[in-house]
Write a protein that binds this ligand. Structure first.
Ligand SMILES: *Cc1c(COP(=O)(O)O)cnc(C)c1O
Length: 387
């Protein structure tokens, strides 16, 4: 059946056309995981160097087994929100374990990391408040801040002096202040100076929210980026995800009992959404057990990142995310294509995700990669860059 396009379809196709012209149209490709490091893409087997499954736990036999058993025992879906009947005992147990692991009084689990950040800031801040946010913070921290309707103040990247200065000048005009940063920045792999942020925030009675999506499981013996500082900084709002190193799905906030209770009563993306499926919870539980008992596994992604950087003469990485800056978008895309011909999947990241002139390959390392495959990736890339 053919018919005239509706105004809706005309709108969508015009929008897509504009995106296409600006080279911003995105089309997800089919990509099927074969194991922790191999994927099938366009009928070719590639070694995946862009997954966030840092420990290979999404494919760990014990984790898969736990998920399968939970689905068979407890069903495929939770059936309702946790405030109705979706509150499986295992979810409460996982929250207790995460709180203990992170050293906080309590923990709340959300549907995903994105949902956690859509929930936390709006539950804590409103139009009378101010939110300071690092310019490179994850998109969902920005979305949560916007949803809260607080005044938004964007900080230069990792510029703690700018934060101190603006708190000095602006803090007293607002009821409450929040400071939102990533612990590990997802496109650069660099760490935030969490100790300095914690000190400055406390001094001005500003509440520090740290997104540790890329820290949990891989830094500080698996306990997260904050553990790499001595003494460990006092961070009242520690958010993270179950979807990366834990190899499952979901998000969390580790905080005081009062803050977590407030989330349970007021956080809309927690109250009005279905609870996580039993298999997802069981997978995260099993992954947490593996992380707690195997600090060597947790240390391996960063070791491999350092090996790769040393082979290429790059600065020593602080996390398992290594950017290889190539300049313009075409160069980065061409390098990514050539690596695919050599059997490696590495994403090219272009503006506007990163600043103009800093298009790059973003390489991430997993405990499941072999040293040989890391070295051969480096050799292949060296060859491509020199050409
Ligand atoms: C991936 C990511 C999230 C979102 O987590 P999901 O569980 O995938 O929704 C949030 N913050 C940062 C920094 C991330 O990298």
């Amino acid at each position: 059946m053919t018919s005239d396009p509706t105004s809706l379809d005309t709108f969508a196709s015009q929008k897509l056309h504009t995106l296409e012209q600006r080279k911003l149209r995105r089309s997800p490709r089919e990509c099927t995981a074969l194991d922790a490091v191999r994927v099938m893409m366009d009928s070719r087997e590639l070694i995946n160097f862009c997954s966030n499954d840092y420990l290979g736990l999404a494919h760990h036999p014990q984790v898969k087994e736990a998920a399968a058993r939970a689905a068979l025992d407890n069903g495929a879906g939770a059936g309702a929100s946790r405030l109705v009947t979706g509150g499986h005992a295992r979810l409460f147990a996982l929250e207790k374990r995460l709180a203990a692991f992170k050293g906080t009084q309590d923990c709340v689990i959300f549907g995903s990391g994105y949902m956690a950040n859509m929930a936390i800031t709006p539950a804590l801040a409103g139009p009378d408040d101010i939110v300071f946010i690092d310019e490179r913070a994850h998109a969902c921290l920005f979305s949560g801040a916007q949803l809260s309707r607080a005044t938004l103040d964007v900080l230069p990247h990792n510029d703690t002096d700018a934060l101190a200065d603006r708190l000095d000048r602006k803090r007293r005009a607002y009821r409450h202040a929040l400071v939102l940063v990533d612990s590990v920045y997802s496109m650069d792999g660099d760490l935030a100076p969490l100790d300095v942020y914690a000190r400055i925030s406390a001094r001005h009675d500003a509440w520090l929210l740290v997104d540790d999506a890329h820290g949990l499981g891989v830094l500080g013996s698996g306990r997260g980026a904050a553990e790499t500082f001595t003494p460990k900084p006092d961070i009242p709002l520690q958010m993270g995800t179950l979807s990366k190193a834990l190899g499952s799905y979901g998000g969390y906030l580790c905080a005081s009992h009062e803050v977590c209770e407030l989330m349970r009563s007021r956080a809309r993306p927690l109250i009005y959404t279905t609870a996580l499926p039993p298999a997802v919870i069981a997978a995260a539980e099993e992954a947490l057990t593996l992380i707690e008992t195997d600090p060597e596994l947790c240390a391996r992604p960063l070791q491999l990142a350092r090996l790769f950087a040393a082979e290429l003469g790059l600065d020593e990485p602080q996390s398992p995310i290594v950017p290889v800056i190539l300049g313009d978008a075409e160069t980065a895309l061409a390098a990514s294509d050539k690596l695919r011909e050599d059997g490696y999947l590495v994403m090219a990241i272009r503006p506007p995700t990163v600043a103009e002139g800093t298009a790059r390959l973003r390489v991430t390392f997993s405990a499941a990669h072999s040293e040989e495959s890391v070295k051969s990736l480096a050799a292949s890339l060296k060859h491509i860059i020199q050409d």
